[in-house]
Ligand binder design. Structure first.
Ligand code: FAD
Length: 582
């Protein structure tokens, strides 16, 4: 019988060690093995490869992210149609997230205890597999078939491209050599992050961690400083876990051995290092249970409804968010933009946001500070806006962990103690009295005395002069040289407003799947926006334009006359539709 011809599809499992899916591919004892990495945005490449390369099997690691599930279903369907057998193995988490959900009665895990109980029913975390010593050679790789170009009319990365994207110039990459595109080839400027990826670096970093037995065994997350770098106070392994360059099970077992041999005095979950990766599995299993609903308030039974500013637009048919949002209050939009740009006038927040943008990674408690500030502890802006910015900038962006942690910080799921609020002044001071972290990331304030570094607006003019900085403006309009913006609001005042608004929203007690949330009648249960912090009214199209709009834009761009006619037809219908308010 002919030996198997296997395509191994690398995605977020960029490693050779402890890869159950790669092992499954090798267990087939294939004649040829094509290890490939591809962006296949419209699933058009695989059906062609199946025809041209005649593989017998397609093997990949399971991915429970909502988007990945639908992508993988489409590719698996195409494989079945082509008579290619699909093999999928779990390998991204300690336990198979779907297995955890099953053992937890089909429900999302909302605490580490629930995760541990479900994990116990599955059994111990699997021991890591060794890396294979060699891989079979790939077979022939003809690419003499027609190429389909992805639709680029809505390029989410447009703002970051300085040059043309040449990634799709040829099927086998810009140089036709199957190499992964460089940032330059994708049209981007060079990376600004100092952090580097890859399995070798990941394994070395793990070795270094394990050498420091005391640190590994006694790690307590709340005691690690968000202002400490070179070296940072936590492991900084998250980007490796995200890309799969480091197996989380290898990490688990190696840390476990250190903890066991350390004995008395070792820390325990949730604060310990093992506790950290349990959090990761908890969020993965919550997402696996809820699917796309997990990423948003609307339709999500496990997410509290809070009438935040800048709410997401939704498609009325599916209930899912469209990627756009309503500006119900211009002031909130300005606060959001200032938060994103790192010009809030609160140096601790600005330093963190600038570090995030530049390096793509900030400490967990730094993430806590900026997330609390944007949502329930300052701006009262929808956590979905913050999660989108993190999605764009984090090099460890993991949908499950990002969304779950934003929900935690916004006190809409996982955590309810909304009265515990981070101060942008005293919280930073606790870790870094002199403000060295701020001096590094907000160089305008480099020479400011320590007593004013967290509150530069309190600096007398003479001190401003001596420090070479003027505290003026909003940071968004044209910045004067040598200036730093005034704070965008009085924090104490905002904190009390947010606290009472949260208290009220908790008392109302709606969740994302509540009818009143979905049909907009929730307003009758809340005070008017003028009296309290409540999402203001906005003109709503209930999302009717969310889909049609995109299509029209594209058609207009293409100069398609049918599209223009359709647009004209729609405009006249629009005029007839009475504007609705939610
Ligand atoms: C608003 C917000 C958004 C976040 N978004 C992400 C994200 O997109 N991707 C991501 O991996 N983490 C995210 N986190 C969790 C956490 O901040 C990072 O995992 C952690 O800071 C990574 O640094 P580290 O590797 O040094 O962590 P360590 O403290 O050394 O922990 C080891 C590993 O445990 C896991 N881990 C630790 N804390 C958490 C946690 N709270 N939730 C889930 N996993 C955890 C990570 O895989 C991490 O690498 C977010 C936290 C907040 C508050």
């Amino acid at each position: 019988m002919a030996k198997p011809r296997v395509i191994y599809w690398f995605r977020t499992d960029l490693r050779l060690h402890d890869s159950p899916a790669l092992q499954a591919a090798l267990d087939l004892e294939p004649d040829v093995l094509w290890p490939i990495f591809t962006w296949d945005p419209h699933y058009t490449l695989f059906p062609k490869l199946f025809k041209a390369w005649k593989p017998t099997h397609l093997v990949f690691e399971k991915d429970t992210d909502a988007y990945a599930r639908s992508r993988d279903e489409a590719v698996a369907k195409a494989a079945q149609e082509a008579g290619v057998k699909v093999i999928v193995r779990s390998g991204r988490t300690l336990w198979d997230s779907d297995g955890i959900v099953e053992k937890h009665g089909g429900k999302p895990t909302m605490s580490i205890t629930q995760l541990q109980a479900a994990g116990k029913k599955i059994g111990p975390v699997a021991r890591p597999l060794p890396a294979p010593e060699s891989l079979p050679d790939p077979g022939d790789m003809p690419v003499d078939f027609e190429q389909h170009f992805p639709d680029k009319s809505r390029d989410f990365n447009a703002g970051y491209r300085s040059e043309k994207d040449t990634g799709y110039n040829a099927i086998a990459g810009p140089n036709g050599d199957f190499a992964i595109e460089t940032l330059e080839e994708l049209g981007f400027s060079p990376a600004t992050t100092p952090h580097r990826g890859g399995e070798s670096i990941a394994l070395k970093a793990l070795d270094e961690l394990i050498k420091n037995k005391r640190y590994t065994a006694t790690f307590e997350k709340p005691k690690t400083s968000p202002a400490q770098f070179e070296p940072q106070s936590t492991t900084l392994l998250s980007p490796f876990f995200h890309f799969g360059a480091l197996s989380v099970r290898l990490f688990y077992w190696r840390v476990h051995e250190v903890v066991e041999s350390f004995g008395k005095g070792a820390s325990t979950p949730p604060e310990s290092l093992i506790g950290q990766v349990l959090f990761r599995d908890m969020y993965f299993a919550a997402q696996a249970a809820l699917g796309q609903s997990f990423a948003q308030t609307a339709t999500n039974a496990y997410c509290r409804f809070i009438p935040w500013h800048l709410p997401s637009k939704r498609n009325p048919e599916t209930g899912f968010t469209t990627g756009d949002y309503h500006i119900d209050k211009p002031e909130a939009e300005e606060w959001f933009q200032r938060w994103k740009a790192g010009v809030t006038g609160f140096p601790w927040i600005d330093a963190l946001m600038r570090q995030l943008k530049q390096e793509g990674w900030i400490h967990h408690l730094g993430r806590h500070s900026v997330a609390c500030f944007l949502t329930r502890g300052g701006c009262y802006v929808d956590w979905e806006r913050g999660a989108e910015v993190f999605e764009e900038w984090l090099i460890d962006h993991e949908p499950a962990c990002n969304i779950g942690n934003w929900q935690w910080l916004a006190c809409v799921a996982f955590f309810t103690q909304y009265f515990r609020c981070y101060s942008p002044i005293t919280f930073g001071q606790k870790w870094d009295k002199n403000g060295d972290f701020i001096r590094r990331w907000v160089p305008e304030l480099k020479k400011v005395k320590a007593k004013y570094i967290y509150e530069p607006w309190k600096m007398p003019l003479l001190d401003q002069k001596q420090a070479g900085v003027r505290v003026t403006g909003d940071g968004l309009s044209e910045r004067q040289e040598g200036s730093y913006p005034k704070p965008m609001f009085d924090f104490n005042e905002r904190r009390s407003i947010c606290l009472s608004a949260m208290k009220n929203a908790y008392a109302v007690g709606l969740h994302g799947n509540d009818e009143k949330v979905l049909d907009g009648t929730w307003r009758s249960l809340f005070p008017s926006p003028d009296e309290a912090e409540v999402m203001g009214e906005y003109e709503s199209d209930y999302g009717e334009n969310a889909d049609i709009g995109d299509e029209e834009d594209r058609e207009k761009l293409d100069g398609d006359s049918a599209g223009i006619k359709r647009a004209a037809r729609k405009n006249s219908t629009d005029a007839k539709i009475k504007k609705q308010k939610t």
